[in-house]
Ligand binder design. Structure first.
Ligand code: BGC
Ligand code: CA
Ligand code: CA
Length: 251
């Protein structure tokens, strides 16, 4: 409640302040920034760490060895609310010879699975392109896997319905821990696959998807086109950051 009051006051004072032309200029900056990120479309890459987690929705220590990334690309064409109001996920990836594991920590203020279509429900989707052919249609090695905030699993095109997932709700959304079985390759250190992650958000629990956020492809084509997926590398474990040396000059 306290937080709500504070932000309300901040919003009112910001609105009052923004009547000035200086403020109008200042508020144009984030829009320009948004335009930049949209056109840049830098290729996404995540280095997965080796490891086999237990799929139970608990964030075990093994996940700390994996690097973090997030779904900060907004699929504007499919969204009815602004990016700032859309559900997002922070995620990490692990691998072993036969699987890719994903831990997605989703921030979603209102959870709902009322929509008839699975992809309109609050859910996370994983996209895999095992041979990294980046084809514009799905080949036999490509797959689309979906887990909703209640733990219900659905699929798009997949060679094999080979996913295990566990979901836990949190105060700020939900956590999805998933294991996807590789069907045509054996993972080896240094090899790569195509990968993407999508968060579907029924923003007001109305039964309609209000927003999509993605990791790599900022279009809604990932379910039928693998060409804009990012890259997942079967890498070594993350090295713990070296402790900063004590600053001697400040003594
Ligand atoms: C897309 C939907 C599509 C569905 C098919 C989702 O990722 O956002 O538009 O109909 O996949 O499975
Ligand atoms: Ca492929
Ligand atoms: Ca939601």
């Amino acid at each position: 409640m306290k937080r709500f009051n504070t932000s309300l006051i901040a919003a009112i004072s910001a609105a009052a302040f923004c009547v000035s032309p200086i403020c109008a200029q200042e508020t144009a900056a984030p829009a320009a920034q948004e335009e930049k990120t949209k056109t840049e479309k830098k290729e996404r890459r995540i280095r997965a760490s080796p490891g086999t987690p237990k799929i139970d929705g608990e964030i075990d220590d093994i996940w700390k060895t994996a690097r973090k990334s997030k779904t900060d690309r907004y699929v504007e064409s499919e969204s009815m609310v602004q990016a700032s109001e859309a559900a997002t996920a922070e995620f990490r990836c692990l691998w072993d010879e036969k699987h890719v594991y994903i831990l997605a920590v989703v921030k979603d203020a209102v959870l709902g699975v009322d929509a008839d279509e699975d992809w309109q429900q609050d859910s996370v989707e994983f996209f895999i392109d095992e041979n990294m052919a980046r084809s514009t249609t799905y080949d036999g090695d490509d797959g689309q896997y979906r887990v909703n905030c209640e733990g219900n699993i659905t699929f798009g095109q997949v060679a094999k319905e080979a996913i295990q997932a566990s979901v836990k709700k949190t105060k700020t959304g939900y956590v999805v821990e998933a294991a996807i079985e590789l069907n045509s390759i054996t993972a080896k250190k240094g090899n790569k696959i195509g990968f993407d992650l999508q968060v579907n958000d029924d923003t007001d629990d109305s039964g309609n998807r209000g927003a999509i956020m993605k990791w790599s492809d900022d279009t809604n084509e990932s379910y039928q086109d693998t060409s804009r997926f990012g890259t997942l590398v079967f890498a070594e474990a993350r090295k713990p950051k070296a402790k900063k040396e004590a600053k001697t000059e400040d003594k």
